[in-house]
Write a protein that binds this ligand. Sequence first.
Ligand code: TRP
Length: 444
Amino acid sequence: MTKPGRGHWRSRIGFIWAAAGSAVGLGNIWRFPYMAGENGGSIFVLVYLGCVLLLGLPVMIAEVMLGKATQSNPVGAFRALAGRHSPWQLVGFMGVLAAFVILSFYSVVAGWCLDFLYKTVTGVFRPGHTMEEVTRIFEQLLASPRPQIAFHGVFMLLTVGIVVAGVQKGLERWNKILMPALIVILLVLVGYGLTQPGGAPAMQFMLRADPSKLTAKTVLAAMGQCFFSLSLGMGAMLTYGSYMRREDRIPTAAAWVVAMDTGIALLAGFAVFPIVFTFGQSPQGGPGLVFKALPAAFLQMPGGTAVALAFFVLLLFAALTSSISLLEVITAYFVDEYQMPRRTAATMFGLVCFLMGVGCAYSGGYLDFLDQLQSNYLLPFGALLISLFAGWRLDKTVAREEFAGTRYARLHGAWRVCVRFVCPILVLLIFLNATGLLAKLFGP
Ligand code: TRP
């Protein structure tokens, strides 16, 4: 039975689109290329793909399962399954905390997109601008808190507005049209980039893995990116799973979402690096990489202004469908647990995230700190506990039923091994390795 009084997706693919909407966002287009650039390119890509298969997919299934089984927010889900006084509820709390951390800097970066739209419309960016000019304009933005805060505020208002409107009206509608459009425009960019002089070196950079560049830091970065990009480890997918209808099956849906998210991240990489190399820039451009490279390409290509507008509008929508999933975690928690009106919860905590994010406009170091906090600690730790819980505490039959009758039925056993052993151990090893503890414990 589905609980009365709680919203549900209207169709089987309602969940897939909303979950893909949450997954696909700045993480794919802004963060993936810059992380790959800073961590050795192809080797990062390779490790990332490994993480997606061994960690991302199983944890996605586990997390959605906890939500669907309880039809509850993250805290309520662990309480329902583990008991009222169980420490497992802390996993839910940690998720809500992570949502605050992520949303506060996410909205600042989304604000950069708004600023680009504004500058394209008002003619600050003009066709023919070189990479140097684009870089100068972007760095000027980073040095001015006021416009950053203003656009951060606008983006947060949009997010709050959609979350207030509620599950079905707010979340389910947009992705179907806008995500395919984003894919099309990325394909155009990839096509453009590959015909440029930087195309060949970019392919090498993305594809020819050099194992000598493999470091503990690269692996940690890839793991964090995997959880961040798939919206895992803090209850966003759990919350979306809680709106799933009983009759819908999880493994198929999860596989779709993971495939879509990974495909779009790779496309973004193949779109960005040809441009970076064509203009002789370093791939280690940091958080500004994409914001310098893409506009520079737009302004050089024929009809570039229109492409730039289309691209940033679509990126903005992708960011919005992600940010609403973050605010939704916070909102669902306060609505379910404290019977707070939806409108009040979304508005109040949207404001809190806005205030927490303001510091990012003054200091890139603070933005970086929040980002590292979520990707290196909060999400991996959350994912670790979620997989342990689904593997060891959750009633076996719940998972078996989810796999039964899908084309993944035979993978039930493999999934179970993953969430019981592979995921927890891998996350722990990667974490200990990167902090140097592993070497201390077992080193010579
Ligand atoms: N996955 C989103 C992106 O790639 C960001 C995001 C939305 C997220 N909700 C999340 C990340 C929940 C972690 C947890 O842009």
